[in-house]
Write a protein that binds this ligand. Structure first.
Ligand code: COA
Length: 371
């Protein structure tokens, strides 16, 4: 039996996360997302996903130091970032940067492993984005080192050119935890399909970035911001939403393939969006978002997913809208790498079948006879 979009199909086994399991919810290697978001940092979570256990203090310090030492960009990559059009989507910038790095720091060369590539990309994606952004928007060639200890702080400080604000740094760090891993979602499955052909890690990550870019997947946080910012007030949102729903428009940031009774990450990111908005004394997007949430519940019985309130949270962190999905990439790279490693450990080519719906078998007609 065919399942549209592989809906409900179990396509393999994995020991990395549970998504939507009754009584268990979302866990990374057995730890609940609520505990991780409340108590840990993104670096601890990335380590957990890739190495399979939470780091001890010494391991964590060494891991953070290692990531901080992997932030610089080769000259050839800087030249490429400068040559890319200023109007490029930053997801294309990351996809292209990943491909180039794959030719400069090839897997296998000097014993370079998937883990090393994951560390390098996690550490340098923020540098790539900020270098490209500052060159094209402010005509600056920046240093890609920073004094910030964390991936979140490094990205924020490089983008703005100032030390990261502690509240924004902490909020971004928490969203990176929420975004880090989610079982067989479209981009992770893409990475696993590519890995299953015995291709290289850079190809798996570049393919995953391509899958994440679409608005039905990671691109939803950017699309949600466009929706929220298109309304002047909660009243305007209420009126327009009713028309949009009557016209059967998809409301970005709502619905989920697995979670039909709510995304456990959403209340956490909603609280962050609220705190950031209140701290800035500007709750207009948050108020509009709450109204959209209420209308979606009333009219469709639908819950927001992580991407919906992530939009307001990122906006309040001062992150440009086009960078929302690239920030998701920075986080999800750790999950992707964990899946590349797991796929390789017990590999079988992923090659399903299709139900044929084309013409019945027919005789070949020569080009002369076809006229
Ligand atoms: N806004 C309005 N209606 C929605 C909707 C949304 N965001 N998401 C689903 N629906 C509707 C569908 O149109 C469908 O209606 P129908 O039965 O009248 O055709 C019904 O709800 C069931 O949805 P379905 O398409 O079967 O869900 P899915 O599992 O295939 O899709 C998503 C899941 C995430 C792709 C879908 O909910 C969506 O497109 N959401 C918006 C994009 C988004 O936020 N993506 C990020 C996901 S984390």
């Amino acid at each position: 039996m065919t399942s549209s979009g592989l809906n409900g199909v179990t396509a393999g086994s994995s020991g990395i996360s549970t998504v939507g399991q009754e009584d268990v919810g979302l866990t990374y290697r057995g730890y609940s997302i609520t505990d991780l978001a409340a108590n840990s940092t993104f670096e601890e979570v990335a380590y957990l996903l890739i190495y399979g256990k939470l780091p001890g203090q010494r391991e964590l310090d060494a891991y953070k130091k290692k990531l901080a030492g992997l932030r610089s960009l080769p000259d050839a990559l800087k030249t490429l970032l400068e040559a890319l059009p200023a109007a490029s989507h930053p997801m294309d910038v990351l996809r292209t940067g990943t491909s180039l790095l794959g030719t400069l720091e090839t897997e296998g060369q000097g014993g370079r492993t998937a883990v090393a590539i994951g560390d390098r990309l996690t550490a340098s994606f923020g540098s790539m984005l900020a270098y490209w952004y500052r060159f094209h928007s402010r005509n600056e060639r920046i240093e890609t080192e920073s004094d910030e200890e964390t991936v979140a702080g490094h990205f924020l400080s490089l983008m703005s050119g100032k030390p990261a604000d502690p509240l924004k740094r902490k909020a971004l760090d928490t969203t990176l935890i929420l975004y880090a891993e989610h079982e067989f979602n479209a981009s992770t499955f893409t990475a696993r399909v590519i890995t299953s052909t015995l291709s290289d890690t850079y190809s798996a990550i570049a393919g995953a970035i391509g899958a994440l870019r679409g608005p039905l997947h990671g691109g939803a946080n950017e699309a949600a911001m466009e929706l929220v910012s298109s309304f002047d007030s909660p009243q305007d949102a209420e009126k327009s939403m009713v028309h949009m729903l009557a016209a059967k428009r998809l409301i970005m940031g709502f619905g989920h393939r697995v979670y039909k009774n709510g995304d456990p990450r959403s209340p956490i990111v909603k609280q962050l969006a609220k705190e950031l908005s209140e701290a800035a004394d500007n709750t207009s997007y948050f108020d509009i978002s709450e109204k959209i949430e209420a209308v979606m519940m009333r009219e469709k019985g639908m819950h927001p997913n992580l991407d919906f309130y992530a939009a307001t949270a990122y906006h309040m962190c001062g992150i440009p809208t086009a960078m929302f999905t690239p920030v998701f990439v920075i986080a999800r790279t750790s999950g992707w790498i964990a899946h590349v490693i797991e796929q390789r450990a017990d590999n079988k080519l992923i090659r399903p079948l299709s139900d044929y719906t084309g013409p019945a078998a027919r005789p070949y007609v020569s080009v002369e006879e076809r006229g």
